[in-house]
Design a protein around this ligand. Structure first.
Ligand SMILES: CC(C)C[C@H](N)C(=O)O
Length: 512
């Protein structure tokens, strides 16, 4: 592996050595391993994928790699300077990045016909690369790395010496020497991560390294959360929470906009049957966001819940979450002037962005993507393997790792079954892309993810360039940094899978 790849992003992922192993194996294979696309194409695709999300960090890194691989420097002048064949895939890059539900088999058809045509294997290779770098851009921003690494950080943020060294090295396109400084810190962590599954530690926080790479000092984190003072209202309300009626009132209040947090929902349940609404809301607004303690209670209750939902009810709950997501504040339209000049030449049609489902009606594509009709396990995985060697297997292991990764901890509390929380995050991300897991009760999403967390996740997926370190700091304040990175890994992987599902479904349709 090239030294350059042991970059700041890799360091942050190394909070989770098991995942890092799968991540690097996949990335190395699609960039450097056997595959249908020439190397200059691969690196250029990385650049234009990251450019769709205005991620200068990745764009600069892969420009350098592109040149190292012997790529034609003219291409770095922008989209007008690349061969027509490569240019022809830009539309798919754009659609996959922002509205993958708009992809049609005709897009694939037009690529694979005529002069300069693509083979289907090449198309799949390109799609795997594009979705990898779209979602990696989400990760870079959601960890607050871009602000730091591109010199855009606000002066009040502390800059650890190593990060400063890397930043100054990175700001110069040619200045790779400073990167080595930071890398040396990480060699042991990466080596541990690459040592093979059997010898992997379950959790290696790498404290020294983390203090170097952590971008913020999360003072809220401590190891004594299991003793955190619980307020009596919460205890009292835990009883009431079991009451379905109160629960649904709480749920609707939680999502009404004026109320944030699971604590608020629990509190709402307590007061739902009695006081007037204003008094309830005042009480609720005074509550902090969801605490780890309340989240744990909620997960416990949810896993004990027996009641079976009807098909129709499950479908309604999905639609509800989807609608509420559309109502979360949307980011403003990007105007060309706001795009950093270092990447604007790689972007065409910058106003083509994620569009909320509520507004998708205009495009006449309101259909939900149902996992029971097309899933990674049953369809996507084998299709990729079929057309692009072992990549399906590599991706499969990577998705599984991201989906199942747990240390059974939450904040400072140990032995916690966090599967409900993690599943809610994963399914919520895919819901943002209109993907419904048919057997999942999306009511759980509203029970476990509060509004600020949902907003963070939606922005990280759809408008990652808008995430600031402040956003990163303000969600899940009781969790450790490694846990926030864990959430961001799920954002990256669930999003990557969502894009691939849409892409591969159209490949399948094209073939049949
Ligand atoms: C995202 C985190 C709450 C995950 C948790 N630390 C776990 O080990 O499962």
């Amino acid at each position: 592996m090239d030294d350059l790849e042991l970059d700041q992003v890799t360091k942050v992922i190394s909070y989770h050595p098991r995942f890092l192993d799968h991540f690097l194996k996949t990335q190395n294979f699609i960039m450097n391993g056997d595959g249908p696309l020439p190397y200059d194409y691969r690196y250029y695709l990385a650049i234009i994928a990251a450019a769709r999300h205005q991620c200068p960090y990745l764009v600069k890194m892969y420009e350098k790699e592109f040149i190292n691989q012997g790529g034609n420097p003219d291409w770095l002048n922008g989209l007008d300077f690349i061969p027509p064949k490569l240019r022809a895939i830009y539309e798919i890059n754009k659609i996959l990045a922002h509205r993958p539900w708009l992809l049609r088999k005709e897009h694939i058809e037009s690529l694979t016909r005529g002069k300069n045509s693509w083979s289907l294997s090449e198309v799949v290779h390109a799609m795997v690369l594009l979705s990898h770098f779209h979602s990696l851009s989400s990760f870079v921003f959601s960890c607050g790395l871009t602000q730091k690494l591109d010199g855009l950080s606000s002066p009040k943020l502390k800059t650890p010496p190593t990060v400063a060294a890397i930043t100054s090295g990175h700001n110069s396109v040619t200045g790779s020497s400073a990167v080595a400084d930071g890398n040396s810190l990480m060699h042991s962590a990466v080596a541990a991560g690459m040592a093979g599954a059997g010898s992997l530690p379950q959790y290696q926080p790498q404290k020294t390294v983390l203090s170097e790479i952590t971008l913020n000092n999360n003072n809220h984190t401590n190891n004594n959360n299991n003793n955190s003072s619980s307020n009596s209202i919460d205890h009292h309300n835990h009883q009431l929470y079991c009451n379905n009626n109160a629960q649904s009132i709480a749920e609707s209040l939680t999502n009404s906009g004026g109320v944030t947090g699971v604590v608020a929902a629990v509190t709402a349940a307590a007061f739902a049957s009695s006081a007037n609404a204003a008094a309830v809301l005042n009480k609720i607004n005074a509550q902090p966001s969801a605490t780890v303690e309340v989240l744990m209670e909620r997960m416990k209750v949810l896993s004990q819940k027996q009641d079976e939902c009807s098909e129709a009810e499950l479908s309604n709950r999905f639609k509800n979450v989807e609608m509420q997501t559309a109502e979360l504040p949307a980011a403003a339209t990007v105007t060309p002037a706001e795009i950093p000049p270092v990447i604007s030449h790689y972007i065409e049609d910058p106003n083509f962005q994620y569009q909320d489902f509520a507004r998708r009606g205009a495009e006449n594509i309101p259909n939900t993507f149902r996992i029971q009709d097309y899933s990674w396990d049953d369809h996507g995985y084998s299709l990729v393997n079929d057309l692009y060697e072992d990549v399906g297997t590599l991706l499969d292991q990577r998705f599984r790792c991201a989906y199942n990764l747990t240390y059974f901890t939450m904040g400072g509390v140990k032995n916690v079954d966090t599967s409900k929380f993690r599943r809610a995050i994963w399914n919520y991300i895919q819901c943002i892309y209109g993907i419904r897991h048919d057997d999942y009760d999306y009511g759980e999403v509203n029970q476990l993810l509060d509004r600020p967390l949902k907003m963070f996740i939606k922005t990280a997926c759809c408008f990652p360039e808008r995430i600031t370190t402040k956003d990163y700091d303000s969600i899940l304040v009781e969790l450790q940094d490694s846990e926030k990175v864990h959430v961001n890994l799920m954002v990256m992987e669930a999003r990557n899978q969502a894009e691939l599902l849409y892409a591969l479904r159209e490949i399948m349709r094209y073939r049949t």
